[in-house]
Design a protein around this ligand. Structure first.
Ligand SMILES: Cc1ncc(COP(=O)(O)O)c(C=O)c1O
Length: 376
């Protein structure tokens, strides 16, 4: 199979990721943070080591403020609900994924916040547009690092410095930039950063992350056992306060290995993503009926439409007849498709990883040209 759906989940991982997780499943299938026997303490140590590695990779604030969740969606929900200021105002962009939009709509529908959606111009959100949307009640700006539809990166660094001056919290949805784009949370003034392990970071499914500023308090969404402070109503500190219940040890350890691997090979990966997106864009441009919605980018995403075909149907033909995995449709980003005027047919998204090459893109293009034979 040719796999071009890595923005959803990377299908192939580096070997160290599988090995790390399998070792945990075989030899360390215990409950970390709950026992004082040797293996439980060792598991605690590995989890702390993972927090440290992630904190260092993103230049976060402290390992204690690296919180493990089950995915990016959960991290975003904890961040959005946990920083709620009743009666306050929040700004988000029209390129947000539903995992940002839906928690915000929920708060808006309950009358707890007012919400302004800023429209990106020429693909990216402008600092000036954020500035114009700020009101005296604005306490939070939520912005995706890069569009999961087009791969376009927002200038989160410039927006971060604006928001720092204004004393407004800055939450970046890092689902598509983690592992792909340069991130330095302190330098770029990002207060809260959420990402999934299973996309560009190349870890297993089942782990996401929430990293946040030391000066910030985030309230928990779930309550339960933390393995410590049993007689108090709630744990007194992070990470325990935001990590009730048993952690997903195999996935967390897979994220440790994936982070080490990504750190070591980051520039190689960026170069490859730039090369592949450039190659795809240049060659797809030559095809009659193809309209491109992406340019060269380090995220590894290329989105297109083809004639007037319904893109889930194109993806179906490519998958069914030619064993090529792509993603047609709307990518959980409704406002983005409204803005791009692609609400009717959606877009066909190709998303690359380490394990793709130009020959696969050639094969994809050859088979795309055959799609008209199968679509009615
Ligand atoms: C931009 C963006 N944010 C959030 C998510 C949600 O990630 P997860 O499925 O890991 O919760 C995705 C997933 O595709 C995404 O692309």
């Amino acid at each position: 199979m040719i796999f071009f759906d890595n923005a959803a989940t990377g299908a192939i991982k580096p070997n160290c990721v599988y090995e790390g997780a399998i070792n945990v499943m075989k030899y360390l299938s215990i409950n970390a943070g709950r026992g004082s026997y040797r293996l439980a303490l060792y598991a605690d140590e590995l989890i702390y080591k993972t927090r440290k590695e992630i904190c260092s990779f993103f230049n976060g604030y402290s390992p204690e403020r690296v919180i493990f969740t089950k995915n990016c969606t959960e991290a975003l929900n904890v961040a959005i609900f946990g920083t709620l200021k009743k009666g306050g105002h929040v700004i988000a962009s029209a390129y947000e994924h539903n995992s940002v939009l839906r928690p915000l709509y929920n708060l808006e529908d309950k009358g707890l916040i007012t919400l302004t959606i800023v429209k990106p111009q020429n693909g990216a959100v402008l600092k000036e547009d954020i500035l114009n949307a700020i009101t005296p009640k604005t306490y939070l700006v939520c912005l995706t690092g890069a569009s999961n539809v087009t791969g376009e990166i927002n200038d989160y660094e410039a927006i971060g410095s604006l928001l720092k001056q204004k004393g407004i919290l800055f939450l970046v949805d890092g689902a598509q930039i983690a592992g792909h784009a340069f991130i330095d949370l302190k330098e770029q003034n990002i207060d809260i950063f959420c990402f999934s392990g299973h996309k560009g970071m190349d870890a297993l499914q089942g782990v996401g992350c929430l990293i946040f500023n030391k000066e910030l308090e985030i309230k928990p969404l779930t309550f339960g056992g933390s393995g410590s402070e049993t007689f108090s109503k709630t744990p007194s500190g992070y990470p325990e306060l935001l990590e009730s219940g048993t952690l997903n040890l195999p996935s967390i350890i897979s994220l440790f290995h994936a982070t080490v691997y990504t750190k070591k090979n980051f520039t190689v990966k960026q170069k490859l993503m730039l090369e592949l997106t450039d190659y795809a864009v240049k060659n797809l441009k030559k095809i009659k009926g193809v309209k491109l919605y992406s340019k060269q980018n380090p995220i590894g995403i290329v989105a297109l439409s083809y004639n007037d075909y319904y893109t889930p149907e194109i993806a179906g033909v490519l998958g069914d007849k030619f064993d090529i995995a792509t993603r047609g449709g709307f990518h959980c980003a409704p406002l983005c498709h409204e803005l791009l005027n692609t609400k009717q047919n959606g877009l066909l998204r190709l998303s690359f990883s380490w394990f793709n090459d130009k020959k696969e893109i050639d094969y994809f293009i050859e088979k795309l040209l055959k799609v008209p034979l199968y679509v009615y």
